[in-house]
Design a protein around this ligand. Sequence first.
Ligand code: AGP
Length: 609
Amino acid sequence: MCGIVGYVGHQDAVPILLDGLSKLEYRGYDSAGVAVQRGEKIEIRRSVGKLVNLQKSLAQKQIAGTCGIGHTRWATHGKPSEQNAHPHRSESCVLVHNGIIENYVELKQRLLKDGYKFQSETDTEVVAHLIDKHLQKAGLHLADAVRAAAKEIRGSYAITVISEREPGMLVAARSGCPLVIGRSTDASFVGSDVMAMLAHTRDVTFLEEGDVAEVTASNVTYTDLDGHPVTRKNSMVTWDASAAEKSGYPHFMLKEIHEQPQTILDTIRGRYSYESGEADLPDIGLTPKQFAEVGRIWIVACGTSWHAGLVGKYLLEEMVRTPVQVDIASEFRYRSPIIDQGTLVFVISQSGETADTLAALREAKRKGAKVFGICNVVGSTIARETDAGVFLHAGPEIGVASTKAFTSQLTVLSLLTLLLARMRSMSAAKGGEIVQAMQALPRNIETILGQREQVRKIAESFHHCSNFLYLGRGYNFPVALEGALKLKEISYIHAEGYPAAEMKHGPIALIDDNMPVVFIATQDSTYDKIMSNIEEVRARKGRVIAIATEGDDEIRKVSDHVIYVPRTIEMLTPLLTIIPLQLLAYYIAIMRGCDVDQPRNLAKSVTVE
Ligand code: AGP
């Protein structure tokens, strides 16, 4: 996600835009830019890297105006560079954009045929030329041109546009990405969230899907995409600035847990077809012929990303029938792995900067493997050094404990499984079933998040414990590992994840009434076996917290606490069963007074070996 700001009033716009962008840096920070209008003339300044580089550039050579827009970027298309930084210009307009234009390739080809020249690799520039086309060719007003262009776009957008043709006018539009309008006595503001304008006004109006706002210093009018006026109610922001950066949540981690319905939507957006039951991952560029030569897949990662890789093994081996090896990066790189031409290596890394994963990538390439990346940060070292890959589109993850990145990694691995399985023997019908189940994930996660209060109550009963055991089978064994990691890294409680059957080979000696045991026990192919494991724990006075499938009354009889998740196909259960475990770890850590977003001894990205 990126940060957008806009201002129109009677003061110099640059300091106001820069202040707004500084409050949105958590939304993205690989490049930044502003465009200001004095009279009709618009001047643009952009810098790659953090916002401070733009501030330095503007201090050296100022630009001025009382109307302007600004942007801090989180790259989705096109590497971080000045050329790809926003704002983007067409002949008659300048704009900033947050979101993903799914049909930008098709629109770009049409615009190229119309004679447009492109300066950047971004999907955003396509929108600028599209609006220009309507402004120039159809002689429309700016707002009409924005509405006409928006109707041709598929995907998500929040845009703010200015034009030499209409000085002192900002046009803002949104679909799928947030945009807020602020009003003060003699000025108007636009922002991706209220953070951008809190220093100037608390009187805000949130745009709704398909809204277009025509913004001047003295007035704001709202319409739908057909130009029909709509009424939007303003509200007064009561949050303080710090809470606003977290959208009102007390911690980034809780905010990011609650972002997951949206981030999964963003991860799958434009990457599947229900009709053909296929996934579409053009950035991987793997043809059925090339995949036919692949004899083995190797997944390499660290920490939570390694847990995602373990789920990937179950997915790919069950659905694609290709042997999959999963390694912790630091082990892979020192083990002299046996790699040949038929080995396909995937490295998974949220930050794209983890030293051990980067070293493993280089070792695999040195041995001749084709290496693909599954990363969240465009332009990161790992993303740049892989041969190709798939970005998570999950937006910046600020909390040290990885949550939304994990579920987006699982989502990409599910899409990859679908892509490769349909190159093999999976039918279109089966593929369509998987697509349908993936489309239901966001609302399924919303349902689970609705049980947060119940999870908080369970945390109250166990936050004083010193040890936890997490047990799962099959797809949910890696979830047991991930649930244990979440707890230990933010609450400092010792927690272990284990395959449930393995409990009898040692850990069962630990069971007593001080040892809470978390079972991930959804009704799937291993359910009966895991119910026996629960009985074994109960027989030794162990206290059981079960993550179960909605409607399962049996498990209530053998558990002290049950958190239900909606039913889904077995391959997608990890995306649901991890949610209550993220919440459980969060609430326990809060009750223990821990620093949830920046736990002791940990860094968000381990860039040392
Ligand atoms: C997960 O909550 C931890 N923050 C940590 O294990 C993390 O997953 C690991 O360091 C890998 O990071 P990466 O995905 O950025 O490579």
